[in-house]
Design a protein around this ligand. Sequence first.
Ligand SMILES: Cc1cc2nc3c(=O)[nH]c(=O)nc-3n(C[C@H](O)[C@H](O)[C@H](O)COP(=O)(O)OP(=O)(O)OC[C@H]3O[C@@H](n4cnc5c(N)ncnc54)[C@H](O)[C@@H]3O)c2cc1C
Length: 712
Amino acid sequence: MRIGVLGGGPAGLYFALLAKRADPAHEVTVVERNAPDATFGWGVVFSEETLGALRDADYPSYVEITDTFARWNAIDVVYGGRTVRSRGHVFSAIARRRLLEILQRRCLQVGVELTFHREVPDLDTWFADHDLVVAADGVNSTARRLLEPHLRPTLDVHRSRFVWFGSDLPLDAFTFVFRPTSHGMFQVHAYPFDADTSTFIVETTEATWKAAGLDQAGESESIAFCQELFAPELGGHKLLSNRSLWISFVTVRCQSWHAGNVVLLGDAAHTAHFTIGSGTKLAMEDAVALSQAVARHPTQLEAAFTDYELERQPVVERFQEAARDSASWFENARRYDGFDPVQFACNLLTRSGRIGHLELTRRDPAFAATVDRYVAGRLDLLVPPPPLFAPLGQRAVTLANRVALAVGAEDDAADGRLANAAAGRLAQATTTGAGVVVSELVAAAPEGRVTPGTPGLWADDQAAPWAALAREAAEQGSALALRLGHAGRRGATRPRRRGVDRPLADGGWPLLAASAVAYTPAAQVPRAMDAAEMDRVTAAFAAAARRAADAGVEVLLLDLAHGYLLGGFLSPLANRRRDRFGGSLEGRLRLPLRVVDAVRDAWPAERPLWAAVTATDWARGGLDPEEAVATARALAGHGCDLLQVTAGQTTATARPDYGRLHLVGWSDLIRNEAAVPTMVGGNLTTADEVNTVLAAGRADLCLLDPRRYNGP
Ligand SMILES: Cc1cc2nc3c(=O)[nH]c(=O)nc-3n(C[C@H](O)[C@H](O)[C@H](O)COP(=O)(O)OP(=O)(O)OC[C@H]3O[C@@H](n4cnc5c(N)ncnc54)[C@H](O)[C@@H]3O)c2cc1C
């Protein structure tokens, strides 16, 4: 087979080496525009997992690469005037130039032809008569551009700016530095790659970069700026430039990685933000997979490409997802202003979901214990409890731990009276050891029921079972949180075991909402509330709160989410009013805040008032993150002590994103931008997930589903 490889980076060289090794009869040529010893960038990091794949693919280059590695196990986070060190990680790095040298030498040993100083303008000039063309021409791939209609690439340009320097500073840890300036935050990602040289990447947001005048600065001015800004860390050492310019990272994705006899490899096919340091690893693993697929199907390239894509695309997508989380973490790092440096470091280390509390404890028990002490608020403890067991104080109430248990609805109430079976489910939940048990929705008014079987608190005779439950919860060392709400346009539906949001065939009641817009095409069109109805509903919420207080309920959770009445006022998709209760966020907040004020007045000052809020409608034209944060601030300002962060359900046409821990990022946003404690659920299933969320300061309480939970 005649194989032409476009690009002599790690992907192209490694593939050429492996393909030639697999069958020495292949004629393999690499064409590279640069000189053999030219390189952009400095050192690249590898995680330990990569090494097995490299060892099995080509042992001699594996030995040479690993012999050259700089290895270390610590991460330093310089933040808020302190350096926090976490140990037990495994990093190896190598100068990119050394890596290419090793691969070039191995290529020559096995008989690959290497051609340097040749720009490849198109695929015909060099590769017209080749059987297989491997495009490993990097992030700005010419091949990808030429074959765009077949490969269908998307290029996502990140908003932050970075510059990739070297430094003669010898480091002994992966070092993150966060330096606030009058223009905004600058961050460093630095790591050693040989005995006396380190990679030193400086990153900042576009706005900060411009405010600091760096958009007008040349290379030497940029170096001088960064050198001065990071003088304390550099300690007299120099930053080294190699055409080091401020650029924006581009995440590349392609629907297909091949067209005809051309196949993409490495950065040409996909990139993953540099903050997870995996680009070279992914590129070299691509080379292993493609060479093996070609060896399996030497006469059927289409089959080889299919195998290659089936193997690699899911792996790459996983890394790109982690990289997206990691990149956005660094873009939003200012959110954590004021964090304790230890919790900040923990949040950083767990940012992409690849490491959790358990893994941190395994890697560095002392570090994990410091985090646990911080969360517990007990710096004196030799053996602190894991975050899950840290008590949470809210006004005069102290929850024994950070687990909240949500008890689902069975729609079995009669005329708003809680059914014995429902009371039994709640009582059972209080025996699990959870710090707080959260009830199903309790309607503040009869027309606010979701189904005829929704319990309510609009009459005094509905309070007795709640009083009994509150007593039982207290006896068990738990607390009862009553979820008070009004279903609005999601009311008058059939029991949910018969399907959600299916209107009652008969026996329905007139619905109220912000606007006369039905929840689903089949649903009843609600009446847009008038002033008198707003007064009546506000009074009903206050009266229900008073009944709950008299019953001894310890926590009241107002439901301002889930597309119910008050959530419907908040969302621009459900609230189309033109009066002072609609329009801007201020208008949309008016009725919900009026209800919060009335409830806060009716609810004892020493007991916590919580609210469930929607962070995103998951629909075009819905709430944006800034509005969600502003809503959270407003609620906190009106006396809400903690917010349950939810997403979606405002409109039936939403496109939900039920990924792993899908609400945790939203909780992090609300908690840390609005400075208000949060509770988060969303398929949290393990104690490790709970501990990780709490340790990193992404929420203060974790809401679990009892069907998946057996006690802390
Ligand atoms: C700031 C930054 C930091 C990074 N840090 C890390 C890290 O720590 N760890 C890590 O694993 N990865 C890191 N990466 C990513 C890593 O550099 C790339 O993922 C990796 O180099 C991809 O290898 P490749 O062979 O696919 O592409 P490249 O290394 O880009 O190689 C492509 C080659 O093709 C050549 N070429 C392109 N077009 C033509 C043409 N028309 N004619 C001839 N030759 C051409 C280029 O000259 C180049 O040599 C980082 C990236 C950035 C931007």
